[in-house]
Design a protein around this ligand. Sequence first.
Ligand SMILES: C[S@@+](CC[C@H](N)C(=O)[O-])C[C@H]1O[C@@H](n2cnc3c(N)ncnc32)[C@H](O)[C@@H]1O
Length: 283
Amino acid sequence: MSSPASRPAPPALLPWLDSLRCPHCGDPLALTERTLRCPHRHSFDLARSGYLPLLAGTSPTSGDDDAMARARDSFLATGAYAPLREAITQTAPAGVCRILDIGGGTGYYLAGLLDERVDAHGLGVDTSVRALRFAARAHERAAAASWDVFARFPLADGSADLVLDVFAPRNPEEFARVLAPGGHLLVVRPAPDHLAQLRTAVPGMVGLDPRKEERLAQALDPLFSTVRTTEVRFGLALDALTARDLVAMTPSARHVDEQALHTLLTGDSEVTVSVLVSLHRRR
Ligand SMILES: C[S@@+](CC[C@H](N)C(=O)[O-])C[C@H]1O[C@@H](n2cnc3c(N)ncnc32)[C@H](O)[C@@H]1O
């Protein structure tokens, strides 16, 4: 077996090399074996698991912990959110080649899209190391990198055709900067009654901000025009384990005690998934 140092860089990273920029000085990066270096000798070693750490020494402002990322992986592996994955794939414009998945988590939605777009390649970005380990092997045409969505992205202007943002934090200015002219942003967020039954059953689950849509429109409007918004709505029958994973993969995990979850979610339940999927075009 080859040692990590002698293993070649993941082929999925190669299409992104010309677009990547040093997070310290903004200069281009060149790859030698498993290290990217800029002309000022700032260097970034690929992680053993294959993702590219580009956090540049700053602590990320937010990100999922190990348990949340594992719960997300287990939950998504059940196929419970397959209708949403399908809706995302249907909504993405034809002909997109370079797809940036912001706060991409385990890479589930990006992988679904790449399955359908055989000429496209993806880059999943996150701050969660555990999520990045999943994302680095989510698809043969998906690379993974760590950076903070709230900082300047280590990417050249116009490097992507599509930015995906699925239940993830947003930075509209950077989305617009790294999108090519005419590029698109696809945003997925919960509708007001998303998982309402679960929110009732589990006290302490984080509520949804009723002004979320208004604030999203305000943030996007100067930079993007909305092409369309659709609601994806379906009922989901959950066994107790899957319901617990569904709570444990959300920010509510930090507010709900795991032992309490075992007591509250013991049998099968039925929940309504209700999310908004919108497509926006860079102005
Ligand atoms: C709710 S999860 C969604 C994950 C994935 N898009 C999905 O739907 O399966 C939000 C993701 O955003 C990531 N995240 C949170 N804060 C971030 C930040 N400041 N920069 C980059 N990613 C961040 C989390 O680690 C997490 O993986």
